[in-house]
Design a protein around this ligand. Structure first.
Ligand SMILES: Cc1cc2nc3c(=O)[nH]c(=O)nc-3n(C[C@H](O)[C@H](O)[C@H](O)COP(=O)(O)OP(=O)(O)OC[C@H]3O[C@@H](n4cnc5c(N)ncnc54)[C@H](O)[C@@H]3O)c2cc1C
Length: 222
């Protein structure tokens, strides 16, 4: 365990040794993920929406159409729970019971505020673009006024939120038990997100080469 839980709410009960509560671990898991599941309550009950996000310092940004339900609801400073899970592998045990997954995940409880300052909104747009593909911001047309007006940017300050990280690594848990004597294959099947070959869009003007951002990602993987 690294760090101490900020509150009872984020203290891991099951597998508590897998818990981490320090800010560096929270940042690391957020920076390894691409999709956040953002949960909140609306008038009809619980809702959980997958969204892109970006972290800048202690701030987690999300963005969306000003008309979307998630944005409308979260703009009211409603309580939110943001989770990001990075699946690392399948853990295959001899018994059905001990099957598991290797992963790192973060769960953040907090509230979003609407970002109004023009500079911060533009910086957040840049962060979203760079989060998706490092180096992309300098290759694309920046958002215009119409696009900026149509998009809400919300910020959640980790310093004012409660967060926990849970990490599982390693082999199945039955190596030390009686099942180790069984004839069933056991181990870990690592799992990774990979990129395929770039597919140019249909109306791409001829002669435009792959940009450095995409080349780097495809060739170097980051
Ligand atoms: C990888 C990924 C990244 C995304 N990034 C963003 C983002 O950065 N910003 C953003 O605003 N949106 C993002 N979306 C879309 C987002 O998940 C919602 O679809 C969107 O916010 C819906 O807005 P709405 O107000 O039109 O619909 P809502 O009123 O929220 O939804 C109406 C109904 O549509 C259905 N629905 C809505 N979204 C989904 C979904 N994703 N999957 C299945 N059913 C759904 C549900 O039944 C829901 O009750 C992303 C989706 C994915 C999968």
């Amino acid at each position: 365990v690294r760090g101490a839980p900020q509150s009872e709410r984020v203290r891991l009960r099951r597998g508590s040794a897998k818990g981490r509560y320090d800010r560096t671990s929270v940042h690391r898991v957020l920076d390894n993920g691409l999709v956040a599941h953002v949960a909140f309550l609306d008038a009809d009950g619980p809702v959980c929406v997958p969204m892109l996000y970006a972290r800048v310092g202690d701030i987690v940004y999300i963005h969306g159409s000003v008309g979307s339900r998630a944005i409308r609801c979260l703009s009211t400073h409603a309580s939110a729970c943001v989770t990001v899970t990075n699946l690392r592998g399948l853990v295959l045990a001899r018994s059905a019971f001990e099957h598991s997954a290797n992963y790192d995940g973060v769960m953040v409880f907090g509230a979003f505020t609407v970002v109004e300052a023009v500079d911060e909104r533009l910086a957040a747009f840049e962060a979203f673009t760079e989060r998706l593909l490092p180096g992309r911001w300098s290759e694309v047309r920046p958002p215009n006024d119409k696009e900026l007006i149509a998009t809400a940017i919300l910020a959640l300050d980790l310093a004012e939120a409660e967060a926990s990280v849970k990490v599982r690594t390693g082999p199945p848990d039955d190596d030390d038990g009686p099942d180790a004597g069984l004839d069933t294959w056991a181990g870990v099947l690592p799992l990774a997100l990979t990129f395929g070959s770039p597919q140019p869009t249909e109306r791409l003007r001829p002669g435009i080469p792959l940009p450095p951002s995409v080349r780097r990602l495809v060739e170097v993987g980051r």
